[in-house]
Design a protein around this ligand. Structure first.
Ligand code: DX5
Ligand code: ZN
Length: 217
């Protein structure tokens, strides 16, 4: 089994000590830093905006994986690119013209992703999967860190893996929400490439070691 890429979610960091926490991630085996942007409309919560992203980007030595939980994301794609995004994922449920949004992200020379809610069928990705670099498969309802993992995710990972292979897509499968050492192994066995982890990493007494544990699952 190949070891997964690990993307700790900065949402669970201590924002009073953001520099310290980003430095910790820089010194860890994390592959990306997952950045959750919430607008209070698409999801029932607000997170943070560009000044905070800019501060994170200034310290980070790992690529920023930006997850946009916002309506009408096209309006802000360029600004996210200017603030250091290496990956941008938009929600399929938030885009009326998903293909256009993906092309817009790619026009800036960065990686494009689609995030998909727990209730949304993988089948809806059929005609976009060959165009994207990553699928952010939500394993909780987006809006909050520290929620319980939804078990149906395993079936969705397997189905998505089949779709990716049948369409000759190079898209990575990223699992977002409730990831712990208890589900990580089964997720990777089902076909997951990237594991996001917020609460599990940042609430542990030794986050560097927790990231290592996930990496070596
Ligand atoms: C949920 C976010 C997740 C979240 C993951 O809306 O998209 O990225 O921060 O956090 P945990 O690992 O705590 O579920
Ligand atoms: Zn996320």
């Amino acid at each position: 089994m190949q070891s997964p890429l690990i993307a700790p979610s900065i949402l669970s960091a201590d924002f009073g000590n953001i520099q310290r926490d980003v430095e910790m991630l820089n010194n860890s085996m994390a592959d990306f830093i997952h950045v959750d942007i919430m607008d209070g409309v698409f999801v029932p919560n607000l997170s943070f905006g560009f000044p905070v992203l800019k501060a994170i980007n200034k310290q980070a030595t790992k690529p920023l994986d930006v997850h946009l939980m916002i309506v009408d994301p096209d309006r802000y794609i360029q600004t996210f690119v200017e603030n250091g995004a290496a990956y941008i994922s938009v929600h399929i449920e938030a885009c009326n013209h998903l293909h256009r949004s993906i092309q817009l992200i790619k026009s800036f020379g960065i990686k494009a992703g689609v995030a998909i809610n727990p209730h949304t069928s993988i089948d809806l990705l059929e005609d976009i999967i060959a165009d994207i670099d990553i699928v952010c498969l939500m394993s909780v309802n987006p809006g909050f860190g520290g929620q319980k993992f939804i078990e149906n995710t395993y079936n969705k990972v397997r189905k998505l893996k089949q779709l990716i292979m049948s369409k000759n897509s190079h898209a990575l499968i990223e699992i977002d929400g409730g990831v712990t050492n208890e589900n990580a192994k089964e997720l990777v066995a089902a076909g997951a490439d990237v594991l996001v982890a917020g609460n599990f990493v940042f609430s542990s007494s030794d986050p560097i070691n927790t990231i290592k544990t996930l990496k070596n699952i």
